[in-house]
Every structure is written in structure tokens, then in C-alpha cells.
Design a protein around this ligand. Structure first.
Ligand code: NDP
Length: 288
């Protein structure tokens, strides 16, 4: 069987082009979509992430403002700043880069963001909206994975078994809910799962989001299955790799996402989608 790659870079480029079109349409009506990005402290990975989020935004015509604060920023000051951004009609999306320094309570900070500006989709109101099938912002990584499935014609997963490896609030759990909403029969596996392979071997779609190299190997995959690799790990040579044993699994799977060039660029693209969506919704409620 010849495996086919789901090219995250190519799909993300298409999505960015769509966002650029929607941004231009809003700008033509005098509205500048605007994302505020807050970085507290100097975590090196976070610095790279916020820079690329700002650059992606600017590239599609969205305005991005990057606010940097020292690691010592008191929580009260951060909450005040978020409240000011919530009240600013010129700001459509607010993103607080995680992780936050230990003295800041991440849940309290995220819950301070107005749900209509919660473009990361991490607010409890966004999680509740996803759970109950209401409109709201979807977390970017699982949202990007769903777009990847749609790109290969898997819009409706009726009759399909899906296995998600991982149950974090930002990837595994929302992924499972999105697959369920697309009519898949969903199993969520985690570190307490006794026999991971027994579940993955039954799966038509596997999403690996465990944060562990080679959590999924060829013998665990049903021939022809779709394998989405969310993981971002380093191999023994320090090279970026996913959770899936790519060389082995590609011999068995029908579709597979590479790392790098798979879910990563899609996650970035979906932030832009959520931001333009936030700006469009704000403009609709302003004109009502
Ligand atoms: P977390 O560490 O929060 O969650 C990992 C989950 O995987 C947990 O639920 C854990 O179980 C489960 N798990 C760990 N090891 C195993 C195992 N051997 N078998 C079964 N389940 C296991 O990570 P995140 O969800 O935040 O991220 C997951 C991965 O995705 C990471 O590599 C991260 O870097 C990457 N990532 C990539 C993104 C991208 O854009 N490409 C975006 C976000 C994350 P338990 O709950 O029992 O501990």
C-alpha cells in the first residue's frame, strides 16, 4: 500500500490565503482585524512562538501587537491589562502565551479573557461551547487536525473508529469532542490505558498527542488508517520528531502527517482563522 502524505504546509498556505481574503474584505469596510499577543517572561520557546504568530498575522494583513512583560509581572497587573484589551473595541483577539511563570495562575488568567476574544479557544466558555455543540472558538491544534481530515474528504466520520492518544485540555480532549461531533466512534487513550495497541489496531483514524516519541509503531496500526501526528519531540540527534514512528507507520497507514510540516503549520493557521472569525463576529454585532 502506498501511503499518502497530508501536507500541512500546503494546506496551511491555502488557509492563510483564505484568511487574507477575509481580512481584505473587512479592511475594505474600515475594520482592521487585530490580535493582541501577551508574553510574560523570557521562555525561549515562547519567544519563538509569539514572534511567528505575529509574523503570520502580519503576512495575512491582520494587525498583531506583541506585548512583552517581565517574568516578575504581578497577576493583578496582567488581569488589568487583559480587562483593558477586553474593553478595547479595536482589539478582536487576545492570546496569552503559555506557559506562564509559576506565580501566575494560568486558569485565572485565561478565564479573564472575554470569550468573544478567546482566539486560542482555551477559555472554559469555549470548552463548554465545544462540548455542547454551540458556536465558539475551537483550540487551534485539534481544529487544524480536523481540517486535515476534511482535506482528504473525511468530513463525516460516521461508521469510523477514531482513537486519540492523549487527554490534555488543549489537544486530546477537544480533539475527541471534535471527532465525536463529526460522528466518529471515539476512544481516548492516556497513560492509564492498559493496552494502547488493542485500541489503535481497531482505529480508522488515529491522532497521536502524547508527547512521547514512537508511542505509535507500525504493528499498532490497521492497514490504510489515517494517522495524524501532533507530537513535537526531539530524537536522539536533537532533530524535531513526532509521536509516531514515521518510517515504520508509513509502511502500513493510508495517510500520514509528517513532522515537521504537518500539524504544526496547521495550528498556526487556525489561530489566524479564529482571529478573523472574531473580527467578523464583532463587526456583525456592531452593525446590529
Ligand atoms: P500533555 O503532556 O499535556 O498531555 C499528554 C497526554 O498524553 C496526557 O494525557 C498523557 O496521559 C498522555 N500520554 C503520555 N504518554 C502516553 C503513553 N505512553 N501512552 C498513552 N498516553 C500517553 O501534552 P499536550 O497535549 O499539550 O501535547 C501533546 C504533544 O503535542 C506534545 O508533544 C506537544 O509538544 C505537542 N503539541 C504540538 C502542537 C503542534 O502545533 N504541533 C500543539 C500542541 C502540542 P495522562 O493524562 O494520563 O498523563
Amino acid at each position: 500500500m502506498t501511503v499518502q502524505l497530508i501536507d500541512g504546509n500546503a494546506l496551511a498556505a491555502q488557509i492563510r490565503a483564505e484568511v487574507a481574503g477575509r481580512t481584505a474584505a473587512l479592511k475594505a469596510r474600515g475594520i482592521q482585524p487585530h490580535l493582541a499577543i501577551i508574553l510574560v517572561g523570557d521562555n525561549p520557546a515562547s519567544q519563538v512562538y509569539v514572534k511567528s504568530k505575529a509574523a503570520d498575522s502580519e503576512q495575512t494583513g491582520l494587525k498583531a501587537t506583541l506585548e512583552r512583560y517581565p517574568a516578575s509581572l504581578p497577576e493583578s497587573a496582567l488581569l488589568e491589562r487583559i480587562a483593558a484589551l477586553n474593553a478595547d473595541a479595536g482589539v478582536h483577539g487576545i492570546l496569552v502565551q503559555l506557559p506562564l511563570p509559576a506565580h501566575l495562575n494560568a486558569s485565572r488568567v485565561i478565564e479573564a479573557i472575554a470569550p468573544e476574544k478567546d482566539v486560542d479557544g482555551f477559555h472554559i466558555a469555549s470548552a463548554g461551547a465545544l462540548m455542547t455543540g454551540q458556536p465558539g472558538f475551537r483550540p487551534c491544534t485539534p481544529y487544524g487536525c480536523m481540517k486535515m481530515l476534511q482535506s482528504i474528504g473525511m468530513n463525516d466520520l460516521r461508521g469510523k473508529n477514531a482513537v486519540v492518544i492523549g487527554r490534555s485540555n488543549i489537544v486530546g480532549k477537544p480533539m475527541a469532542l471534535m471527532l465525536l461531533a463529526a460522528n466518529a466512534t471515539v476512544t481516548v487513550c492516556h497513560s492509564g490505558t492498559a493496552s494502547l495497541a488493542a485500541f489503535t489496531r481497531q482505529a480508522d483514524v488515529i491522532v497521536a498527542a502524547a508527547g512521547q516519541r514512537k508511542v505509535l509503531t507500525a504493528g499498532m496500526v490497521k492497514p490504510g488508517a489515517v494517522v495524524i501526528d501532533v507530537g513535537m519531540n526531539r530524537d536522539e540527534n536533537g532533530k524535531l520528531c513526532g509521536d509516531v514512528d514515521f518510517e515504520g507507520v508509513r509502511q502500513v497507514a493510508g495517510w500520514i502527517t509528517p513532522v515537521p510540516g504537518g500539524v504544526g503549520p496547521m495550528t498556526r493557521a487556525m489561530l489566524l482563522v479564529n482571529t478573523i472569525e472574531a473580527a467578523e463576529r464583532a463587526s456583525q454585532s456592531a452593525s446590529r
